[in-house]
Structure formats: C-alpha cells, structure tokens
Design a protein around this ligand. Sequence first.
Ligand SMILES: [Zn+2]
Ligand SMILES: [Zn+2]
Length: 421
Amino acid sequence: MSSFFKFKFNNFLDIAKSPEVFDWMISIRRKIHENPELGYQEFETSELIRSELDKMDIRYKHPVAITGVIGFIGTGLPPFVALRADMDALPIQEMVEWEHKSKVAGKMHACGHDAHVTMLLAAAKILKKHEKDIQGTVVLVFQPAEEGSGGAKKIVESGVLQNVIAIFGLHVAPELPVGEVASNSGPILAGSGRFEAKISGKGGHAASPHKAIDPILTASNVIISLQYLVSREADPLDSQVVTVAKFQGGSAFNVIPDYVTIGGTYRAFSKQSFNHLRQRIEQIIVGQAAVHRCNATIDFLEEEEPSYPPTVNDSNLHEHFVNVAVNMLGINQVNSVMKPAMAAEDFSFYQEVMPGYFFMLGVQSASHKPSESSLHSPFLKINEDGFPYGAALHASLASSYLLKHQQNMHHAADSKYLDEI
Ligand SMILES: [Zn+2]
Ligand SMILES: [Zn+2]
C-alpha cells in the first residue's frame, strides 16, 4: 500500500468511531430498526437514505428498481467502484424487548439490513469528507428486496452499474466478535433455487387401488429418486443439497386423491452443478411419475422469486480485501479462509456481471447467547459497536481500490511508452 494511501485514508476507522459519526449511525440504525419494511416496500427507508444523502450533498439516482437509491461520490468520472447495502426486513415478529423494538407487528430487521444501510451511509459520510482525494467515483448501491425477490437482479437490469469495475458488499455476522471479519476467495455461498411439482394420477376409493392411479405412492417414489442426485450423481467434494420440504395431498383416510404437490429447494456452489441439478430434478420428477402412470408438471417459480446464483468472490478482490482489512484490523482479526455456507445471497447477481466481493462483519452481542446470534431469528441482537468497522472498511475498500486501479493504469501507460521506445 502506498504511503499516499496511508497518509490520506488511514484514519477512516477513527472517523467512524468518533462520537459525531458513531452517535449519528446509532440513531439512524434505530430509526430504521423501528420501522422495518419488506422487499420493494422500503419507501420510508429509501426516503431516509435520500434525506441523509441530501444533507451530505451527495448526488443520487432514484427510483432504481422501485425503492433503490444509487449515490455517487468523487469525480463523477471512471473508474467506478460500487458499495452495496440491502434495505429490506423480514416478515418476523421481533421478540427482543428493548427501547427500539420494531413498531410494525410481524415485521423485523432480523437479517441486519438496517445495519447495512447505516454503515453504507456512514461510509458515504467518510468518503464525502475525502472527496477531493478519490481517484474516480464511488457508487453507493442501496438495493431493495434481498430476501427472496432478488432486488440485486433488478438493479443490474436497470443498467445503472454498467461501467462499474468492482463491487463490495458485507453482511453482519452475529456469531463473529466485533472488530473481526471473515471471507474467502471463490464460492462462499450457494446458488439457491426452488421447485414445485404437481403429480397427477386418478382418484378413487382407497379399497380399490387397482381402479385408481395413486399419486401419493408415485410422489413417494419421486422423492426417493431425488435423493440419488446428491448421493450418487454429485461429486462428493462438490457440496450440493436437494431437499423436498413440502408434500401435500389427500384429505381422507379412504380416498386416493387425484393429485399431490411436492416442493423444495436445491443448492450448489457452481453454476454448472446448479444448472445440472435443476435439469435432473425435472427429468426425475417427470420420468418417475411416468413410470407409475402419473403426469407431472414442474415449476421453478422464477417469476415471483428468481433463483440466486452462487456467491463467488473474485480472487484479486480477495487479495485487496485482505490487505485493507489486515491493515485496519490486524492479522488476527481477519479470517481469510472462511468455510462456505449453503445459504444464498442476491449479491451474486452483481458478481454475474462484474468482479465482486462479499464478506462477513462481526457484530456479536456482548452476552453472545446462541438465540441472539442467529440471522432470521426473532431474538437477533446486533452489537452496534461493530458498525464503525463496517463503515470504515466500506470506505477504505472502495477508495484504495480506485487508487490502486489508477496506479496500475499509470504503470500500464508507462510500460506502453517504454515498449514504444
Ligand atoms: Zn436474510
Ligand atoms: Zn441478509
């Protein structure tokens, strides 16, 4: 890292920890936490973001993907590097009794996206203070609907990130201590899709099975056959999941129903394995149903909720992240070989079109009880002391990446010049 970088940008964490920024962060986070909004309904959250950007005199585009806000700090010219925060809450009733508990019945920021918005706003504040030193443009991406609806996909489709050369995103990790981060190069989260199948036979009296075509027994065979995908077809070193989590059919003890519906999820760490699973799930359901004289139709439910690709971290950005994080937090606070998880993130939609990097940020509560330390839990508690680290890392990752990119361009220009001589 250049001395210029150290001179200009190494006080980000101090700024983020200063009462001026820290107290402001806490008040913003609590405001958002009290008023959680579900995907594509983040109207007030979006308004709050825009009013804060207005106060900081930061330009933005809105609306993008319904409630999304895209801010710009720096020269307004290339190169562009993006930082992303998701804004949506979950349909969960908060069970934590505290002063700033969700005021909306049945909705809660149980995935910490309130913290993500807050930290990105704080990064914006820090970067705005150093705007003159930014060698290009930092693009702030406040995206809607991460929880299932793939808001990131809509942002990508809007074309607003077309010239962005790299994107960084973070997720709070309530099981990780404050001041620590974790990530890895390559696949860190799985691709995730859903399927639903209707298996139709012919209903009849349960005492005369020969006059009916039993969809329940057929569906049972289908479910058994689906188990072969992971146990017999997949490479044991390439983790995959096929789970049938829904089995609905029949309503009487003595009637064979006309049809049964089954549904579930499938997950994999590479696009290739993911697509293969999807293709084989369809073949097995349709083929196995036919063996037992049933018809099957299958729906991958892409219309309402797109499947999420695997989250795959770019190796160059991994190197950059480790440099920045170790420099800021110390080597013992940076786990650069995090174990991948079968969960999914729509951050992967950005990584489909540009190099992207996603990491986990420690926000473990002081008591660190297991029930408080789980995302999507109604008991989730987030330690706000973790916020300065997220804000400073955001700001530092983007500004130093732009600087590095600019230096590389100069080197490239120099060597080209030399080549010409
Ligand atoms: Zn979530
Ligand atoms: Zn989340």
